[in-house]
Design a protein around this ligand. Sequence first.
Ligand code: ZN
Ligand code: ZN
Length: 340
Amino acid sequence: MKALRLDAPRQWNRLDVAPPGDPGPGEAVVRVHTVGVCGTDLGGYLGKMPFFSYPRIPGHELGVEVVAVGAGVANVRPGDRCAVEPYINCQTCYACRKGKNNCCEKHQTLGVHCDGGLRPFFTVPARKLHVSRKLTFEQLALVETLAVGYHAVARAAIQPDESCLIIGAGPIGLATLEFARLTGAKIVMLDVNEQRLAFCRDVMGVAHTLQPSDQLETQLKALCDGHGPDVVIDATGHVGSMSAAFGLIAHGGRLVYVGITTEEVKFRHPVFHRPEGTLLCSRNALSPDFAAIIALIEDGTIDTRPWITHRTPFDEVIGVFPSYLDPATGVVKAVIEVGE
Ligand SMILES: [Zn+2]
Ligand SMILES: [Zn+2]
């Protein structure tokens, strides 16, 4: 069967791979319908994603259909439509035993550390499948992106009377926005790109958007009752933004990193000590987050319609993929239709 593999940065290879055999105990074979493209995939393509190894079949945002299940599988059956939780965890390490399967010591993300879904069929642990009777494959492929934002908002523990600044209006920032606004807190979006901020205002209904400037602290105080935001969530992965964010929180506030940088983040300690700041990292998402998000889409609380801006058939991916890097295309989320 067909597959798309990155053999090295910027080197796609369309190849034939063997179809999966019968699923073993606890496993399921799935047919891949829809694959979302995200920053991790773009980073892998560019050779800038530190965890990405080659050769690799990408694809971790997946809308799939179960075709066969192995012995002992009770949570899914053939024909079920599912989102895939692409975080493969060992189930035995300290983090797994504490229920923190999102940061397993031997964590592997499908399509990053091991092969993912840019192929019509593959085998996954059935416990990583989350069923919906209502959602489309495109909606199911969005669940993982949303899960990253859901988990960041849970880490931030935002209260209804608080204010929250989200830095970065890319897909992870937008996913964070979806759940941050459900808390009832005042939300401010910050991005360098005015086109992205316009999307936040016009499509996502955000009242307050800002671009970075030397007036930023004053502007934030004007929006947040005279102090900084109670919560700042950085979804940029940009070292400059992540360093500057220490100086933006209200006294007693929290800073949450959901973006990742491989560079050294520096800050002057009094800047963060004076407000008694708390720094949190948010990695991936927990298994129960997936079912919670599916329920929120099913009942209409989360509207997925604005999300998917580009659709690409499997056969056109190699040619079209580089255009996803260009902000001028206005891409929020591109999805690949895998087909036969
Ligand atoms: Zn992703
Ligand atoms: Zn583990």
